[in-house]
Design a protein around this ligand. Structure first.
Ligand SMILES: [Zn+2]
Length: 150
């Protein structure tokens, strides 16, 4: 479908609600621009009608909603900061324990690996696997509650 190169001007005129004599004369002779003017005029009229008839809530309700939203945003930001601090402290605690075991305690990585006794590992593999599966299954739920909006 070939359109007219003045359709954008007609659309801008309809959006702005102004009346240009030259474009109006062009619309009278150009079918494409006449269609654009008809549709854009209807949309603009509907927009103006919607603005005039929009229900405006009471100012007290708007103020209360803004206060509520600000409080919710602040609480969400605080929760994120706490979760980040807890995660960081957990990782730091693990690093400290590993560092203490390997340096001060004289335990090497090889000694830790040798300490894992194969029959013991087989005996505890089911409870460990179940515990790991529960953690993996609950991790998305914990993440959802940590970052979900109210
Ligand atoms: Zn035209």
């Amino acid at each position: 479908m070939n359109g007219c190169d003045r359709e954008e001007l007609v659309l801008d005129m309809a959006r702005a609600g102004r009346n240009d004599a030259e474009l109006t004369a062009h619309i009278a002779v150009c079918d494409s621009c006449a269609d654009v003017a008809l549709v854009a005029g209807a949309v603009a009229a509907d927009h103006v009608d919607a603005l005039r008839n929009a229900p405006v809530p009471p100012s007290g309700l708007v103020w209360w909603r803004m206060q509520r939203r600000a409080a919710d945003d602040a609480a969400r930001d605080a929760r994120r900061a706490v979760i980040a601090a807890q995660t960081l402290s957990f990782v730091a605690a693990i690093a400290i324990v590993v560092a203490l075991l390997t340096t001060i305690g004289g335990v090497s990585i090889r000694a830790l690996r040798d300490a894992v006794h194969l029959p013991t590992l087989v005996q505890w593999s089911l409870p460990l696997g179940l515990g790991l599966a529960v953690c993996v299954a609950l991790a998305p739920v914990a993440i959802y509650f940590a970052v979900a909006r109210d």
